[in-house]
Design a protein around this ligand. Structure first.
Ligand SMILES: Nc1nc2c(ncn2[C@@H]2O[C@H](COP(=O)(O)OP(=O)(O)OP(=O)(O)O)[C@@H](O)[C@H]2O)c(=O)[nH]1
Ligand SMILES: [Zn+2]
Length: 206
């Protein structure tokens, strides 16, 4: 595959959108520096376009990872364990797709296994993958729940995300410290209020 084409895109379905070259991306950063009112030729800024483009490769590296690969390995030898598995307080930094500034938060992910469990780190890796794309909090919440549901076929999945949006605190309304909560429930968590409440009490009463 052409290295300039993103292999695994986000939810917008841009799989075949060719990437600009590194030089084009660096030139765009130079333009933004000039737009901010500074001189991209001065010493402190001269290497900034290269740095920003390298940083973007890391911050937006989630487009190049296939979530199915992360979740491909499961374990069945868990002595019949079939109660809730909850991975709580998974820190993430994402970027809002409207302003491209950080969304900083925590994700809590639970599922009810049906014969197989995931490696615990894989849950955090899935959160990290979707965080490293341009996002809305709602989309990210739903994507995490849907990929775990599809890959593991568990009896239920619950995802709750709490995050602060820098686009609300550092600009615009400048409302600091407001936290947005989103959740997505599948299977048992959707159908059984007592299990949903147990999940919520495990993460909210801490
Ligand atoms: N639903 C949702 N909205 C988001 C998220 N991140 C940012 N936003 C909102 O996206 C909206 C974009 O609104 P616009 O009116 O198009 O943009 P804007 O003029 O920059 O809006 P203000 O932030 O109100 O200044 C804003 O209300 C943001 O708060 C998110 O994850 N989910
Ligand atoms: Zn925003």
């Amino acid at each position: 595959m052409d290295a300039t084409v993103r292999k695994f895109s986000g939810s917008a379905g841009q799989d075949s959108h060719p990437r600009p070259t590194r030089e084009e991306a660096e030139a765009a950063v130079q333009t933004l520096i000039r737009w901010a009112g500074d001189d991209p030729r001065r010493e402190g800024l001269v290497d900034t376009p290269q740095r920003v483009v390298r940083a973007y490769e890391e911050i937006f590296g989630g487009y190049c990872i296939n979530p199915a690969d992360i979740l491909a390995r499961t374990f069945e030898e868990v002595s019949g364990y079939d109660d809730m598995v909850l991975v709580r307080d998974i820190d993430f930094v994402s970027h809002c797709e409207h302003h491209m500034v950080p969304i900083i938060g925590k994700a809590h992910v639970a599922y009810f296994p049906d014969g197989q469990v995931l490696g615990l780190s894989k849950v955090a890796r899935v959160v990290d993958l979707y965080a490293r794309r341009l996002q809305t909090q709602e989309t990210m919440t739903e994507e995490i729940a849907a990929i775990i549901d599809g890959a593991l076929a568990p009896r239920g999945v619950a995802v709750l995300i709490e995050a602060e949006h820098m686009c609300m605190s550092m600009r615009g309304i400048r409302s600091k410290g407001s936290i947005t909560t989103t959740s997505s429930f599948y299977g048992v968590f959707k159908d059984d209020k007592s299990e949903r409440d147990r999940f919520l009490s495990m993460i909210l009463n801490r």
